[in-house]
Design a binder for this molecule. Structure first.
Ligand code: F6P
Length: 317
């Protein structure tokens, strides 16, 4: 193996991944090509050479210096054939794909159906990759959202209001559950759990009659819209509500130390196992030890256990 390619999706820690891939590969005597705009760049041959110097000063930056894009073309046979042509023409002997479920599914397809040596690095703020305890980007997203919620608490307390805060997480309540617990929030609405707006309103009315004056209720975007929950609560309880949608700020910003370290370790290991001939694998940790699992397993839906966290949030309210 002489030359590898790297492509990424978007979350905090992607630049730390690129830096670790490039510098680890240099030590292994491998050349690295950065594939711009994710699978779109692989289809279009949008490629740049990355050397040791090219990745200086990026470890602390959010986003990805390679840029990224959702690729509908990669889901077509014609798109995949063009991507294979790029791989062949550029003499790419192996590929590292850093991303969430969509990217890892694409990586699995290249490896399993077209025999391209590929290693995946689980990277998404949603932390919903099966068999992987922690994806890159999730810790930063939780901390970004928590910082915003702490600020919202100041104004919620001062003005004696109920705030409904919508966080990211299409199918997975990872961010919602963590920020609700860490932020001392009163309730959380999750994709994994049924919710009953009447019950939430009753709890608010009862606690209000005992003198409680402010609430923060977290909503995962995949389950409900903050505006709807906020309107319902205000209508039923007669109390003043406000809604905040945190949105894409959760995907950006300086990666936390945790995400930078995870990125450095996952990427270094990915380079090593790719060079050693492994393929169709996703890197992960088992008791803090680096290991890999089949991409076929990583791309299955993840069962997330929410009940323990949820119970604790309600106990501590
Ligand atoms: O999968 C990561 C994620 O940030 C989800 O939490 C969110 O639902 C989605 O991506 C948003 O995607 P886009 O940036 O394409 O709107």
């Amino acid at each position: 193996m002489k030359k590898i390619g790297i492509l990424t999706r978007d979350c905090a820690g992607m630049n730390a991944v690129i830096r670790s891939v490039v510098r680890s590969a240099c030590i292994e005597g491998l050349e690295v090509l950065g594939i711009r705009r994710g699978f779109e760049g692989l289809i279009d041959g949008d490629i740049q050479v990355l050397n040791h110097r090219a990745v200086s000063g990026i470890i602390n930056l959010g986003g990805t210096i390679l840029k990224t894009a959702r690729s509908t073309r990669f889901r077509t046979k014609a798109g995949i054939l063009k991507a294979l042509k790029t791989i062949k023409e550029n003499k790419i002997d192996g590929l590292i794909v850093a991303g969430g479920n969509g990217s890892l599914t694409g990586a699995h397809q290249l490896a399993a159906q077209y025999s391209v040596p590929v290693i995946g690095i689980p990277s998404t703020i949603d932390n919903d990759v099966n068999g992987v305890a922690m994806t890159i980007g999730a810790d930063t997203a939780v901390n970004v959202a928590l910082d915003a919620i702490d600020k919202i608490r100041d104004t919620a307390t001062s003005l004696e209001r109920i705030f409904v805060v919508e966080v990211m997480g299409r199918d997975c309540g990872y961010i919602a559950l963590r920020v609700a617990l860490a932020g001392g929030c009163e309730d959380v609405i999750l994709p994994e759990k049924r919710f009953n707006i009447k019950k939430i309103c009753n709890e608010i009315v009862q606690a209000n009659s005992r003198g409680k004056i402010s609430w923060i209720i977290i909503v995962a975007e995949g389950k409900a819209k903050a505006i709807d929950v906020s309107k319902d609560i205000s209508k039923v309880t007669g109390l003043e509500t406000r809604e905040v949608v945190l949105g894409h700020i959760q995907r950006g910003g300086r990666p936390t130390a945790y995400d930078r370290i995870l990125a450095a370790r996952y990427a270094n290991y990915a380079v090593k196992i790719l060079k050693d001939g492994e393929s169709d694998k996703c890197v992960t940790l088992n008791n803090d030890k680096l290991t890999s699992i089949p991409l076929a397993l990583a791309t299955q839906p993840k069962d997330s256990e929410v009940n323990d966290y949820y119970k604790l949030i309600k106990i501590l309210t």
